[in-house]
Design a protein around this ligand. Structure first.
Ligand code: ACO
Length: 377
């Protein structure tokens, strides 16, 4: 049987019309455009209008992705929707998308916080490479604003709503998804969570009186986790693909905070301008963040056929997920042959990164101490 690879053949997005700028937030909480833009890089975000639902946004993004791929909903074998903000607790929002888009296939919702879409892409890749399915629609969508407390300046400035979708199709050409990593550390569950509304604490008057229906976040904790994870997971996955960070044409990180990306780029010894960012216009759109950046990177010409892309998301869970892939068609020179210049270069860079990583891990307690001391001053 011929090898099966999974390639992105279609992409699309849906952005709600309503814009919430930093200046708007200045009227709502004790903050400033200057603080938000220097500490996060965010200038504005989009918030759902009354006509937008999670399923309608996902459906529109999905229809646009199908049009680019040149297929119809009837051609789909599976729909995976990554979200933490479904229309309802039940049914699964993926079934609503399947119905609204006019498909007759299986559909399920996947929840892994902001890492959801990268988890979903990896899952879709497994269905395709195993031979079970040929065409999968993978959507990342979020109306995260419904869980944001707009009286809390530490979270309200970060999040926005959006949807983005990709069509993944089988191919016999050796490209597409080359390597991926899925990660979880549930010991950090309370770093980023919504206290009430689940089975432990169903919604009640106590919920409303104490704002327990909204996101609570240990921002500094998530920040440190994010920097460490973004750099290390990207490197592990790139090496797993037989590549080095220098081979990657474009990095697409989760769009949470520009400072997280800058720190990670420094740790990886990669110029920050190789990291695509559109968070200034959208903020953190959770599960929609990485696919939205991918769609825009393709649309605005940052990516072309044959380019190598490394995408990494992190978020509630705590979770993380990384995918290294090649877009379109193209020859990849993997460093797998035993004796070659590429192989020597690959081994040298991998070894030096491993030594640096070990040194950084050993120094982590010192960095943490210095960071806490600087903050206290
Ligand atoms: N405006 C003005 N001041 C503020 C604001 C604000 N919006 N928010 C916090 N401050 C104040 C704080 O109260 C604090 O004041 P104090 O020193 O008097 O106590 C000061 O600014 C510094 O606060 P820090 O929390 O140290 O600010 P920091 O530089 O760490 O930035 C931020 C906070 C932006 C939240 C950062 O920690 C961050 O980006 N963390 C990661 C968050 C993240 O990515 N979350 C999403 C994960 S993905 C998912 O699954 C949803």
């Amino acid at each position: 049987m011929a090898e099966r690879y999974a390639k992105i053949t279609g992409w699309g997005k849906y952005i709600p019309e309503r814009v919430l700028t930093n200046h708007d937030l200045e009227q709502m909480v004790d903050t400033s455009d200057e603080w938000i833009s220097t500490r996060t890089g965010i200038r504005e975000r989009h918030i759902r209008t009354k006509n937008d639902t999670t399923s309608s946004m996902a459906t529109t993004a999905g229809q646009r992705a199908l049009a680019v791929a040149g297929i119809t909903a009837a051609d789909l074998d599976l729909i995976i929707v990554a979200t933490s903000s479904p229309d309802y607790l039940l049914p699964s929002v993926a079934s609503q998308v399947q119905d609204q888009i006019g498909a007759r296939c299986g559909a399920f919702t996947l929840s892994a916080g902001c890492s959801g879409w990268v988890y979903a892409l990896t899952t879709a890749n497994q269905f395709i490479t195993s031979g079970m399915y040929n065409r999968v629609l993978v959507v990342g969508v979020e109306i995260i604003s419904f869980a944001v407390d707009y009286t809390d300046r530490t979270t309200s400035i970060l999040f926005g709503d959006a949807a983005a979708a990709t069509v993944l199709e089988v191919s016999d050409q050796p490209s597409g998804i080359l390597a991926s990593e899925l990660g979880s550390d549930g010991s950090g569950a309370l770093y980023l969570y919504v206290p009430d509304g689940g089975s432990v604490a169903p919604m009640s008057q106590h919920t409303i009186d104490n704002n327990r229906q909204f996101i609570r976040m240990n921002g500094a904790g998530v920040f440190k986790f994010a920097v460490r994870t973004l750099a290390s997971s990207l490197k592990r996955t790139i090496y797993q693909a037989g590549l080095t960070p220098d081979d990657i044409d474009l990095f697409i990180p989760h769009q949470a905070n520009a400072r997280i990306v800058e720190h990670a780029a420094r740790q990886m010894r990669v110029p920050v301008d190789k990291f695509y960012m559109n968070l200034d216009r959208y903020g953190n759109t959770s599960a929609a963040s990485v696919p939205l950046a991918l769609v825009e990177a393709i649309e605005d010409g940052h990516l072309k056929d044959g380019d190598l892309v490394a995408m990494c998301a992190f978020g509630a869970g705590l979770t993380w997920a990384t995918v290294v892939m090649q877009l379109g068609t193209g020859e990849i020179s993997l460093a797998h042959s035993l004796f070659s210049v590429e192989r020597a270069r690959y081994l040298a860079r991998r070894t030096s990164d491993m030594v640096l990583d070990s040194a950084q891990s050993a120094l982590l307690p010192l960095y943490t101490f210095l960071y806490e001391r600087r903050k206290k001053k």
